[in-house]
Structures are given as C-alpha cells and as structure tokens.
Design a binder for this molecule. Sequence first.
Ligand code: PLP
Length: 356
Amino acid sequence: MTLDCDANATEPLRPEARAAILGALDLGGNASAVHGGGRAARGVIEGARRVLAGRWGGEVVFTSGGTEANALALHALGRGRRVLLGATEHAAVRAAAPGAAELPVERDGTLALAALEAALRDGPPALVCAMAANNETGVLHPLEAIAALCRAHGALLHVDAVQAARLDAPVPGDSLALSAHKLGGAAGAGALLVRGGLPVPPLLAGGGQERGARGGTEALAPIAGLGAAAAAPYAAARLAALRDAIEAGAEGAVVAGRGAPRLPNTALLVLPGLPAETQVIALDLAGVRVSAGAACSSGKVARSHVLAAMGFGEDAGCGIRVSLPWNAPEDAAERFLHAWRAMRDRLSSRRARLAM
Ligand code: PLP
C-alpha cells in the first residue's frame, strides 16, 4: 500500500466534500438562471459562501482555485500601489506581481519584520502579500505583527491562506485566498475573501457573476465541495504528533524552519548533498509519496526558492517535503521512517562510493 505524504500538493477528498460534490452534480443547474433549477443551484453556492464568510469573514468571490484568487487580489488591491512580497511566496503570487519588491525572510523562514517596516516607512502606499503558511516548509508568518505594521503605515495586506486554511485560526488582512483541493475538496474551486468593502474589479468580466467581481458560470460541484471541506474539522494535534515523530526519527536530516511555528502536517527534510529528485524517486519506488519542494512545478525539479531564501545555498535542491494528509494512518511515521532510512543509507553510500 502506498503512503501518501504529499497533502500540500492536494489533500485526499474528504467524505463530506465528496457527498456535497455528488449531490451538486446530480442537482446540476446554472446558478444565474431565474427558474427553479437555477434557484436550487444558487442555494448550494450561497450555502458554501455562508460557510466561508462565517469561518473567515469578508465578501466571498468564488474563483477557479488558489492561483486565480491570488491573481484577483493582486489585480484588485494592487492598483496604484507598490507591491511588497516575501521571498518565499508561492509562484501564484510571484507571477501575478511582476516588478514587486521582495522582502527577505529570516533563517527560520518567517518574514523579516524589520525589513518590512523599513520598506513600508519609505515610499508610496503599498500592498503587502504575506502567505499564512508556506507550502514547502509549513512555516507560519507572524501575520498579526505584519497586519499591525501594515495598518500603521496605511498599507493593505493580502494573505495567501491556501495552506493555512486547514487550521482553526483567524486570518488577518484585507483579503485572503483559499483553494478547495488543499482543504479536502476537489480542484476547480477557490475563493478570494475581501474585507472592509474594498472594491473588486474583475480579472474576468464575462456575465457579471459574483456581483461583477468574477465572470463565468460558478463551478457548482467544486464550490459545494469547498463549502463542505471548509466546514470539516482538522485533527491538527494528531498530525503534529506524527510529524514530530518523523522529524525525531529522521537522523541526519536538517528540518527547514524547525524553530518557527509551522503547519502541523509538514516537515521539509534536507539531506545535504543528495538531490531532492533522487530522494523522491527512491521513496516513490518504496511506496512513499513525497515531493521535492513545490509540487506545482512537478516535472521540472529545480532548487527551491524557499530554501534558497532561507540560506540553504547549494542544499536548496536537497529538500523533500513530507506533508501528511488529514487521514494519515496511525503508523504513518513508522512506515515513512522505514522507507526514508533505507533511502538515506543507500543514496549516501552510493554517493560516498562515487566520491572515492
Ligand atoms: N498558494 C499556495 C500557498 C499553494 O500551496 C498553492 C498550490 O500549491 C497555490 C497558492 C495555488 O493554488 P491552486 O492549486 O488552487 O491554484
């Protein structure tokens, strides 16, 4: 049996989400239609909207996923502002903010607050983008402190909460991005939540759906799944115990961001000198699924910009991300460590032989 340790790429479908998705597929309908079928579909969409607004607060704009939600935030809130973003932000944010000024992170991966304050102090009004949790390391940025600095300097704050939305914790900021498939829903839906009545001019205008903020027929089934997944509980303490056991047993690995607050399910294990891709393939052959840095760039394994920003130098290409899914089995740590130790010993001795 394979062991899924790649939940930050996508969480397995939750049963609550599956039921909601199947119900919505059977229901069908276009939520913009005025007849009964349309009103039924509208009811499903509005139900999901209430769940999201109730949990995080703000006006909900449904999108196709986290990438689009981040792009919409940059488009809507970045107008007329200079954009400041952390060096470890996801590619979805970086690509949507060409020309943005990059802020350094500390060695533990958290945003360098002194650098943020200095950048906010001089220059015109800014939009700051800070991810709540990093997808590779799980490191949580000090969002309350970042939000306070933004308020003090008249800056807006957009938070990419795609990974951190699993946690039962409020997310500060003027907007936040979510993605269904990182919560145990299906890929195809996401949301941008916008607070304080800030206007959201659309990236995609189309038929004026989502109160004009996002054109296009709403993806009924994935949105229903997003609502159900967002209402499901997350067993953070159970996953943290499994993750801690993995880190404690991974002798010889450097755990990126170890000292910082992190997502409970994530460990980024760096084996200096051993390319991540080789580690991922060896573990896959042993039935354990992990990824090298960000899965979004699968196919092309490069040095992780996250590890590079944290000062890992040459070893920025030697980290594997272990991210436990919500339904990780009780023996996940044992099984992972069994495969990981065999991989480490085999690859290390091969490397030693080649160096001779
Ligand atoms: N932001 C973060 C932190 C992510 O981890 C991801 C996906 O890996 C995204 C944004 C993009 O989300 P989506 O896959 O829904 O487009």
